[in-house]
Design a protein around this ligand. Structure first.
Ligand code: SAM
Ligand code: FES
Length: 361
């Protein structure tokens, strides 16, 4: 692999947010870069500290239904999996779960589910309106693709944020993995969310079959182009009861590298240390917080549902109640010299010189 510089100058290039070639992206994700990887993480950690400070923003995650009509090839709760017990929380159960989270100090929540047809547009609207009338909290929805008119209704009801990963920037790979959607529709949905004024979270899976360093570089370029307020990435973890059950999963190093690059190129974004990173390595989330991340999403769903929302095997925190997770997270974050911030956590855009190389998806 011929690079027009050294690994050190490549890291400087990333810090300066210069455009990366396919060869440079390939190098960054290759074993040849391993001895320099911690320097990249340290550079991202510095930019994180300068740009967004030491706070670690907490979002209480409620996984309210594992019913799903979609057949995403990697997903443990997809319609492919006939062997899991399905559950669906009622609006009252969701409200009491959120209320318990509120009492623990959470002011920011994520409501996530599979694509569950029983939850219609008007049901989600009613839920969000009730929450917003009773609690002073920020709400993010993570409920898949919806028509623009529904997204507009969710926004009008008071939804602050919406999380929808593009999963991959490669339309062909996307088509292979998502028989129920297409890349253009997913991208269009993200554009709708931006136009409707949501704080948008997107992201990709790292380590999908067919991905390589160059394609991860293109994923990075796509995410930089759409300028999301939050980017959640995590390793693809093969689930045995899915079509990709025998595939090889993503690595923590690849995730941390991608995360560090996100921090360098999207310096003011919210970047979670995701549960999937914590699930492939006991220290995964802590390492992510040292490589650019500034968000944690403790699972506050009722314990009896946790095992039934296993998108992948080995998912952490299946048996820990919300308070235990909250206390545990607070403990290790504080020990790192950082501070948990359970507040609303709205984006504050901080200006840095624009790098035109990445404008446009
Ligand atoms: N239905 C919504 C959607 O598709 O956006 C939200 C739920 S979906 C399960 C949330 C995320 O889980 C997906 O965006 C995907 O990246 C991640 N996920 C699913 N299966 C996974 C796996 N096997 N390994 C890692 N992450 C996975
Ligand atoms: Fe529907 Fe994963 S396939 S949530």
């Amino acid at each position: 692999m011929i690079l027009p510089g050294t690994p050190e100058t490549l890291i400087e290039k990333c810090v300066a947010r210069s455009s990366l070639s396919d060869a440079e992206a390939t190098f960054l994700f290759s074993p040849a870069f391993d001895t320099h990887r911690t320097d990249l993480y340290a550079a991202a950690d510095r930019v994180r500290s300068e740009m967004v400070g030491d706070d670690v923003y907490l979002r209480g995650l409620i996984e309210y239904s594992n019913y799903c009509t979609c057949r995403c090839a990697y997903c443990g709760i997809s319609a492919f999996n006939a062997d899991i017990e399905r559950y669906r929380m009622s609006p009252d159960e969701i409200l009491s779960t959120l209320s318990a989270g509120y009492d623990m100090g959470f002011r920011s929540f994520v409501l996530q589910s599979g694509e569950d047809p029983i939850w219609r547009e008007q049901d989600i609207v009613a839920l969000v309106k009730t929450i917003k009338s009773r609690f002073d909290v920020a709400i993010a929805l993570s409920v898949g693709e919806w028509p623009r008119s529904s997204l507009e209704a969710f926004r009008a009801a008071g939804t602050d944020r919406y999380l929808l990963r593009i999963e991959t920037s490669d339309p062909e790979l996307f088509a292979k993995l998502h028989p129920d959607s297409n890349w253009e529709a997913r991208h269009r949905c993200l554009m709708d969310l931006k136009e409707l004024g949501f704080q948008v979270g997107s992201g990709v899976l790292v380590g999908l079959p067919g991905q390589n360093g160059a394609s991860l570089g293109r994923d990075l370029r796509y995410l930089i182009g759409i300028q999301p307020e939050m980017v959640g990435i995590g390793p693809f973890i093969p689930h045995p009861l899915t079509p990709l059950g025998n595939a090889t999963g993503g690595t923590l190093d690849a995730c941390l590298t991608f995360l560090a690059l996100l921090r360098l190129y999207l310096p003011d974004a919210f970047l979670p240390a995701t549960s999937a990173m914590g699930s492939i390595h006991p220290d995964g989330r802590r390492q992510a917080l040292k490589a650019g991340a500034n968000v944690l999403m403790p699972n506050i769903s009722p314990i009896e549902n946790r095992a039934r929302y296993q998108l992948y095997p080995g998912k952490i925190c299946l048996n820990d109640d919300a308070l235990k997770c909250r206390t545990c997270v607070e403990g290790w974050v504080t020990a790192m010299g950082r501070k948990c911030n359970p507040g609303h956590g709205h984006i504050i855009r901080r200006s840095r010189p624009t790098n035109t190389a990445f404008n446009g998806a």
